[in-house]
Design a protein around this ligand. Structure first.
Ligand code: ATP
Ligand code: MG
Length: 369
């Protein structure tokens, strides 16, 4: 039986296209919008849950290819857009209205490259068209002023006493480092830590953000607990290095989030290997596969493995994250893939929380991606 071209037929065909992360078809997910058929020209929009979707191009081609085979189709026009969604949460709505997803980047141990990763990931997110903020929560050793070349700059304060974040490489940034005078040691004690972090969470005027990345201080102490409990986090990412000692600490971090029901989106293994710039040969300086083992053991995804690269350190010190200074480099692409993986896992976690239904969802229209 031959069928004529109709909206129902196009939708039936699009039902065979699945989102690989959400494991559901794109029609059921409500991604297909503005379907129109005119003189054999089929046009529709696919609205993803994040502009950083790692399979955006693949999904577009699959839709085009499948619809093109239908009888009577002369042309297929697919427009990819996104509307980042977050889990509706009363606490977050009142603390940070307009921020859709708050993702903490944590590590059990210091010096594993957490700040470097957060800076590069923020730029990688911004490059996908997402609106991104970065909150440097490391009140003892803030890194972001240096990493973004903003040392000595101070944020403006509005009449309503809100602090406006600074901006660099498409990222809105706030750091305690902007408020402290250079070289002055910052000594915050117990209750002050709590207070300053609370202020940080409530007084910054972020505007609308798809993602707010929080660079947490290392460890699982008071400051981390305050942040984990007060910020109403949407998700957390744990950074580790391949050494076993670092994995033990990372495990503690993971448990901290799981205890307060913050979904752990996955693990990033930093300084995984060294690729010789001359011959390309890969050397695993530390034990291989620690992040992978931990991901299996704890049942959370391994979001990526970032190699040791002298340029990562150099660009950080020069005030321009590598993803901004060398966007086409291999390492920048690794960061881009990791950002995509985080965005995908965040969408999965939001979906699993069962609050993606349009009637209860906080949803903002965003630009095309
Ligand atoms: N993949 C990498 N390759 C080479 N150097 C790196 C890499 N990742 C981080 N570094 C360097 O390692 C040092 C520590 O990194 P970073 O400050 O980001 O760590 P951190 O976990 O935030 O530390 P802290 O616990 O002090 O906050 C920095 O000098 C940074 O440039
Ligand atoms: Mg740091």
């Amino acid at each position: 039986m031959s069928q004529g071209l109709s909206e129902a037929l196009v939708l039936d065909t699009l039902k065979t296209v699945k989102d690989p992360d959400l494991h559901r078809d794109i029609v059921g997910l409500g991604f297909v919008k503005n379907l129109n058929i005119q003189n054999g020209v089929v046009s529709f929009t696919i609205e993803l849950t994040t502009p950083a979707c790692p399979v955006k191009d693949q999904m577009k081609s699959e839709c085009e290819m499948k619809v093109r085979t239908l009888p009577g189709v002369k042309e297929v026009e697919v427009q990819m857009t996104s509307a980042t969604r977050g889990r509706p949460s009363f606490e977050r709505a009142s603390i940070l209205p307009g921020v859709r997803n708050i993702i903490a980047i944590a590590s059990g141990k210091g010096g594993v490259g957490k700040s470097t990763i957060t800076a590069n990931l923020a730029v990688a997110f911004a490059k996908t068209g997402a609106s991104v903020g970065l909150l440097d929560c490391d009140i003892y050793g803030p890194s972001m002023p240096l990493m973004f070349g903003l040392v000595g700059q101070q944020p403006k304060v509005t009449e309503a006493q809100k602090i406006l974040p600074l901006e660099a490489h498409g990222v809105r940034i706030m750091s305690i480092g902007f408020l402290a005078t250079e070289n002055a040691p910052i000594i915050w004690r117990g209750p002050m830590v709590h207070q300053i972090l609370q202020q940080f969470l409530t007084r910054v005027e972020w505007g609308e953000l798809d993602y707010l990345l929080m660079d947490l201080p290392p460890g699982t102490g008071d400051a981390q607990l305050t942040l984990t409990q007060s910020a109403s986090l949407s998700g957390a990412v744990i950074v580790t290095t391949p050494q076993e000692v670092s994995l033990i600490d990372a495990r503690k971090g993971l448990q901290m989030f799981q205890k307060v029901n913050v979904p752990v989106l996955g693990i990033i293994e930093n300084m995984s290997y060294f690729a010789c710039p001359d011959c390309g040969k890969v050397a695993h300086i530390f034990r291989k596969g620690g992040g992978e083992r931990m991901s299996k053991e704890l049942g959370v995804p391994l979001l990526g493995e970032i190699p040791i690269d002298p340029e990562i350190a150099e660009t950080g010190d020069e005030g321009v994250p590598l993803v901004a200074s060398k966007p086409d480099s291999k390492i920048a692409k690794v960061y881009q893939v990791v950002a995509g993986a985080i965005a995908a896992q965040m969408s999965v976690a939001n979906m699993q929380s069962g609050t993606q239904g349009p009637s209860v969802d906080i949803k903002w229209e965003t630009k095309k991606s």
